[in-house]
Design a protein around this ligand. Structure first.
Ligand code: NAG
Ligand code: NAG
Length: 561
């Protein structure tokens, strides 16, 4: 069972391990329109933002209840403010800062925050003092008040990623949607979920802390604290799913955008979490109660233990932690109070959500791990290495992913079926199931499928991901942010469309805008998934309600999480 599930890890992990540090460069080619009396007006901080020629050190200031905020104008249309939003002692809950400060003791407002500690990144790129965010404030905020706010939660399987990852510069998105974009960091891995004392979901708490911070400060920037939308991709979207299950966080945001959430994985059960916790504690050279010892542990020691935990997680307890995201939010019954999956009726919902997946979510994994075509007679074998016996038999008996009959054995490449299967159960169909449940519980949902993407750095390691028409996991990120390096006309068109739709959604919870096709809201059976980058609605395929979740169970059903 382990061997093949492992394959589905890497698409989440590897792709996001392309941690690249700050991505910004000075776009000196931008020319600002001439302004009369510029010299005088540039002395007034708030006017400086819109009226004065920018250079790489052009600073701007805003007065907030937490003190004066200083940022920089990277572009003519948005200012960027890096800020430390929260403080936390190791393995303790975080709290909102009481004073505005640049991250990591920086004094240069153009500096970017260090990421949270993670393996596969240079130690100089991270710090335990990592509860920071970057705010992108459109210059329009000076003249328009009550702008919506979109807070982006990065992916990386809860063990990687940061606010400075490739493509996450929110300047263009902020200007195009006329909204404040915040890109937030939260504690990762063992430091965010596995306190030896047994406390968990610390990272979920960090995001709640960041929302409380936003509530306090966005009005100073021209934003509205009652129009905050959460948006995120992959495990960032999974984090949002967790926050939707936290009643005490509900008043802190109004709606959510969930991109490529691996919804097949439920939250962790408390039983599995405590078994993993015991295992992890056993890897540390400290008693779980010895705070002095725990606080003195080096980050290397903690990350090493975390790596061992992840390697062994799928054989701990019932194995429901799996391999792709073994460290993840826990349905602890106090913070996260419902599973938000098909194992129980959803609590009643009133928020609007937008849920999307991409065409080839599993391609990076399948084509990255099977470099050569997979013959038909190995298909069943791969299945039985991925699913439990019942799931395997149900899938084979249904013939839904069978290699088409009449195809010469020598030309068969079952990677096509495996890729569709992986995409369906981990992402696409499970997201559609979630949308149906959401609507049944009274919420409104808009479902989309990206037919056009922009190859995210790292995805080009798998040549299939660079083929025309293929959209791999993460290829939606630069489309949303408008950060595609040299966009094709199809990419430019989709960037424009998605930003227009996001702008509408951020303002009124509906992604419909004139000039573009109607995006019909999901129903309890037909989710009306809108093709993004293509016309009409996506083919239902095996995401029919009678198949995944019914005829064949999702992993969260198999494990009864
Ligand atoms: C805590 O751990 C330290 C080693 O870091 C050890 O010297 C000390 O005796 C321990 N304290 C207790 C109460 O066990
Ligand atoms: C189908 C649909 O939801 N159409 C809506 C698109 O958005 C506009 C503006 O919010 C609404 O008036 C439409 O009803």
């Amino acid at each position: 069972m382990v061997a093949f599930i492992k394959l589905f890890v890497s698409s989440l992990l590897l792709a996001s391990s392309a941690y690249a540090g700050p991505v910004r460069s000075v776009e000196s080619a931008l020319v600002f329109p001439p302004v009369i009396n510029k010299g005088l007006l540039c002395k007034i901080p708030i006017l400086r933002a819109i009226l004065c020629p920018r250079d790489s050190t052009q600073t701007v200031s805003v007065s907030t209840p937490l003190g004066s905020a200083t940022g920089v104008m990277d572009t003519t249309t948005a200012a960027r403010y890096s800020v430390k939003y929260g403080s936390a002692s190791r393995w303790k809950s975080s709290s909102v800062v009481t004073t505005w400060a640049l991250p990591n003791g920086n004094t240069d407002p153009s500096s970017t925050p260090l990421g949270c500690p993670q393996s596969d990144a240079d130690a100089s790129s991270y710090s335990e003092d990592c509860l920071s965010m970057i705010l992108y404030v459109p210059t329009s905020a000076l003249t328009t008040k009550n702008l919506p706010v979109m807070m982006w939660i990065h992916g990386g399987s809860f063990v990687a990623g940061s606010a400075t990852n490739q493509g996450l510069d929110g300047s263009q998105l902020a200007a195009a949607t006329n909204s404040i974009v915040a890109v937030v960091q939260y504690r990762l891995g063992a430091l965010g979920f596995m306190a030896p004392s047994g406390a968990t979901n610390l990272a979920v708490g960090d995001v709640i802390t960041s929302l409380k911070f936003l509530q306090k400060i966005v009005p100073s920037f021209g934003g509205s604290a009652s129009k905050i939308t959460l948006a995120g991709q992959s495990s960032g979207a999974n984090m949002i799913r967790a926050l939707l299950a936290v009643p005490s966080a509900s008043s802190l945001f109004t709606q959510a955008i969930i991109q490529s959430d691996p919804m097949d994985y439920g939250f962790l059960s408390t039983t599995t979490q405590s078994e993993m916790q015991s295992y992890f504690n056993g890897l540390l050279p400290c008693a779980a109660s010895n705070t002095t010892c725990l606080n003195a542990l080096s980050l290397d020691t903690i990350l090493d233990a975390q790596g061992n935990l992840m390697d062994d997680a799928s054989s701990i307890g019932d194995g429901s932690a799996g391999i792709a995201e073994p460290i993840r939010p826990v349905r602890d019954g106090s913070l996260i109070t419902s599973p938000l999956d098909s194992t129980a009726a959803f609590p009643s919902q009133s928020k609007n959500i937008l849920i999307s997946t991409v065409l080839n979510e599993a391609a990076f994994t399948i084509y990255g791990n099977f470099q050569d075509p997979v013959p038909e007679d190995e298909f069943d074998l791969v299945l039985s290495g991925t699913f439990d016996e019942t799931q395997t038999n149900d899938i084979i008996d249904s013939q839904k992913y069978a290699v088409p009959a009449g195809v010469a054995q020598s030309t068969v490449d079952a990677r096509t079926q495996l890729e569709t299967l992986g995409t369906d159960y981990i992402w696409k169909c499970s997201s559609w199931t979630f949308a149906r449940n959401w609507v049944s519980a009274g919420g409104k949902a808009f479902v989309g499928l990206y037919n056009v993407g922009a190859s995210y750095p790292g995805n080009s390691d798998v040549s299939f991901c660079t083929e025309p028409g293929v959209v791999c996991h993460q290829d939606d990120i630069e489309i949303v942010f408008g950060t595609v390096p040299s966009p094709t006309s199809a990419q430019s068109a989709l960037i424009k469309e998605m930003q227009a739709r996001y702008k509408a959604f951020l303002n009124n919870g509906n992604p419909n805008v004139s000039g573009y096709e109607t995006w019909t809201a999901a129903g309890t059976s037909d989710v009306h998934a809108k093709n993004l980058g293509a016309t009409g609605e996506a083919e239902v395929g095996n995401c029919d309600p009678s198949y995944w979740g019914e005829a064949v169970q999702y992993d969260y059903q198999v494990f009864g999480i």
